[in-house]
Write a protein that binds this ligand. Structure first.
Ligand SMILES: Nc1ncnc2c1ncn2[C@@H]1O[C@H](COP(=O)(O)OP(=O)(O)OP(=O)(O)O)[C@@H](O)[C@H]1O
Ligand SMILES: [Mg+2]
Length: 425
């Protein structure tokens, strides 16, 4: 790859593990005139996430041994101006690297509280921010005993840091709790790490929202809020269904934003993107979790169409031109240009995919509201009834000039989704 050392003309941004949504960073930084380097934290790319497109970077630096000192020495000649995490698992390394390079960064003081769900909620409690009750232990019996002592079900059992709702269960009694806790210990998280502890939390009841922000030196912009519409399965798994873009002028957005500002302050999130999940409980908003990385929802063109911007582009602006960012976006909230929906289609099919029905896929694509369709399975893949994000079978990005058309097209996709895959038992 053609790489010249930084001549001082173009700023250089560093992306650590630019998997999945992180793939939107190279374009975002390049559009603002920056070069982009990639840091790969593992010898081989992780197979569970969609891989970084390394060809879009000027250089890929592999740092599999975690030797921060030599990584810093390798990056210094390029005089980076920022370090961003391409996905959840890269946040810790990005915080350390940013601090070591002396660039604007959230730093390492509270980095653990930005990754570990237990520490995260405890940091909120210390700061007096509304949050769930919780307890953690390596012993499933202790987890069940905590729930029994509280005697207020349901409770939520989950790993301390994972993703895609992996291992998250909503439990109705002590027996459910013990079983779910044992399951967490028995299964590695989706990054392949063994879970050694289990987290149990009080159940936050209410509608759940995504709140995405970008900050420059502690000045925040709320770039989008989505309402989750999930379905709770009989086995306690809460699966994704449809996410709806909330109108930015909705009263709710102001309330959620005010709450997320408290969360950002409690966790010392001063720079870059954050993706928060918040439940509007009867007492007010309460955090499920927050990650200082891009939303998994981001699709730059789709977001540009319904919002006029996207979180990756805003993040590049925040780091490269913080004053311009603050002036244009500081303390503000997005306005919705078009109603939008992201549909993570669940399935009840069970078997092996024999074919993808391209006519049906074309019919879905041809709907006016459909911006893009991701067909997640291919012939030969197993298809199983959806139990979480990883087992949804179709992702459809939709937007329309009005809600009416959007809902009609969504219902149409819903009626077609089980015909996309031909399945043999
Ligand atoms: N304390 C809680 N009260 C109510 N619901 C919860 C709680 N904790 C988790 N949930 C539900 O379970 C979902 C997944 O939990 P969480 O976000 O902690 O896990 P995750 O592995 O990061 O999943 P994802 O990637 O799907 O966000 C939440 O979005 C929420 O719907
Ligand atoms: Mg989550």
């Amino acid at each position: 790859m053609p790489v010249t050392q930084n001549t001082g003309n173009r700023p250089t941004a560093v992306v650590v593990d630019g998997y999945s949504a992180g793939n939107f960073y190279p374009r975002a930084f390049a559009e603002l005139g920056a070069d982009v380097l990639h840091v790969q934290s593992t010898t081989d790319l992780m197979p569970t996430l969609s891989p970084p497109r390394l060809s879009e970077y000027a250089l890929n630096v592999v740092c599999a041994d975690g030797d921060m000192e030599s990584l810093v020495q390798r990056l210094k000649p390029y005089a980076p101006v920022c370090v961003v995490a391409g996905q959840d698992g890269a946040v810790t390394m990005a915080d350390h690297l940013g601090e070591a390079l002396g660039v604007p960064s959230n730093g390492t003081l509270l980095t653990q509280a930005r990754r570990d769900k237990y520490e995260m909620i405890e940091a909120l409690r210390r700061a007096g921010v509304r949050c769930a009750d919780q307890f953690k232990s390596a012993d499933p019996r202790a987890i069940a005993a905590w729930a029994a002592e509280r005697d207020s079900y349901p409770v939520v059992v989950k790993p301390l840091s994972s993703a895609a709702s992996d291992g998250v269960s909503i439990c109705k009694n002590a027996e459910d709790v013990r079983r779910a806790a044992e399951d967490v210990l028995a299964t590695p998280d989706i990054f392949g790490k063994q879970n050694r502890e289990i987290l149990v939390q009080s159940y936050l009841s209410g509608t759940e929202y995504i709140v995405d922000t970008v900050s420059a030196d502690g000045v925040r912009y709320t770039c989008d809020v989505w309402q989750y519409e999930k379905s709770l399965l009989p086995n306690g798994k809460n699966i994704y269904n449809r996410d709806l873009l909330v109108d930015g002028s909705d009263e709710l957005v102001a309330e959620l934003t005010a709450y997320v500002d408290e969360v950002l302050a409690a966790l010392d999130v001063r720079w870059g993107p954050a993706h928060a999940e918040v439940i509007m409980t009867p007492d007010g908003p309460a955090l499920v979790e927050i990650g200082t990385r891009l939303s998994g929802h981001i699709d730059a063109d789709f977001n540009n169409a319904c919002l006029g911007h996207n979180q990756a582009g805003l993040t590049a602006l925040a780091y490269l031109q913080p004053e311009a960012f603050q002036k244009q976006y500081g303390h503000k909230t997005y306005s919705r240009r078009r109603p939008a929906v992201i549909y993570e289609a669940p399935t009840t099919l069970n078997g092996t995919v024999t074919a993808v029905d391209e006519d049906i896929v074309a019919e879905i694509r041809a709907l006016d509201s459909v911006h893009d369709v991701t067909v997640k399975l291919k012939p030969g893949d197993r298809i199983t009834p959806t139990v979480g994000l990883l087992t949804s079978v179709l992702r459809v990005l939709m937007s329309a000039p009005d809600e009416h058309q959007l809902t009609a097209d969504y219902e149409k996709v819903r009626s077609l989704k089980e015909s996309v895959y031909h399945v043999a038992e």
